[in-house]
Design a protein around this ligand. Sequence first.
Ligand code: ZN
Length: 143
Amino acid sequence: MARRPISAELDGRVRAAARDRCGYCLSPQHLVMARLQIEHIVPIAKGGSDEEVNLWLACPICNGHKSDKTGAPDPETGQPALLFNPRTQVWSEHFQWVDGGLRIAGKTPIGRATVAALYLGDDPDAIEVRSYWVLAGWHPPKS
Ligand SMILES: [Zn+2]
């Protein structure tokens, strides 16, 4: 399927639904230098569509690690698991902040697979930036 440009109206609706933050690491737009990206929950390369139900926001780090992945092994069991769907699933049911808010840990097979696939627990650039957010009292988010 050819990629079509996403209308400004749809872009605005997705940003509002995502509360202007990355669906995976929860980084808010107002603390990220780069513009958060509209991402395809199911990638176009895997048959995903440009429909609103398949779109969410992701920071460039998470979006880059996610790439065209839709699943990954749960590192605890080795069993395949789908990646977290930020549009239909609740972040706090699958993830938690650890190490004082520096890292994200998975609580479920979906959470653990997503942490591993998107390096949510060990991306050095993200951890360094978060360490300053923690010092400033801006992080971790309350909800
Ligand atoms: Zn992110």
